[in-house]
Design a protein around this ligand. Sequence first.
Ligand SMILES: [Zn+2]
Length: 326
Amino acid sequence: MSACFASRNACPACGSSGFESLFARPYGEPRLRAALTDFYAQVGGLDYSVLLDAEYALARCDDCGLIYQVNIPNDVLLSRLYEEWISPALAFARFHRDLPPDRCFELAHEVKIVASLTGPAAPRLALDYGCGWGEWSRMTQAFGYEAWGTELSLSRRVHAEKSGIHVVPDAGLPDGSFGLINIDQVLEHVPSPRDTLGLLTAKLHPGGVLRVGVPNGLRVRRALRSFDRELKKPRLGRLNPVAPLEHLNCFTARPLLRLAGACGLRRVRPTWKVLLESFVFPPGIAAKLRTLLRPFYLRSGFATQLYFRRTEIRSGDTLPMGTFRP
Ligand SMILES: [Zn+2]
């Protein structure tokens, strides 16, 4: 085993040690090496020598059904991956410098949906866990929230702070204080999703709402049967939810709901009214179709973009005033 990797011997979501081995291939295997080299060349570039002794291995938990990478990069390698191999400057220039109007609209709609689910006493404090360049946080500011964030990447953190976002380490997050918490495209990257979601549950105000978004792994088992074909597709095709090095945990709705339940969260669904009130058709047939189906998806049993409240609170609750309520 490479010195840059650690092994996970139990499910990082439910803790069960029972698993089925789904797939294994050494990082040194030529087709995998070529695909990853090409993949990272587009976003920066990687030092492949540190991967050569390691194995890309996927397991599926017998208990909750989570698919997870057994061998995960250690903190040093993760830092290199997100600060060097994926160039922050390139990512910013390509995807974040000029936010297109339809993305702004999408962010506004997302904030509106999650805010619609909060209780009457929920504080107007919003946390984006892994806030990146601060786009979600800035939208919460536009909706009158005080924006907080956490972010490991220094360049993203500095950028977010310039927008007035209060970026702090995990230890700096006040307990039971946030009316909105967003963790989008983060839980699949962390070594222990159970610890991360447990932490966020503790930070959520009893009347607050937590929004979780992760890639949907519904099609992954099938994609593994044509691994080499998928590897050659843009962004690793249908293998993206188990992308080597990055997507360490691959959720479908079942393991995600089970993990949330174990952390003391219960699912709440946005109303049809909120989902449909800002409905517009974007240009392009594929985008139109996605937009049309999205409200059904968000309320469905297989969505992996979900909304939660803490279990001890009933809907329509009347809660004591939050410390930070304006
Ligand atoms: Zn499990």
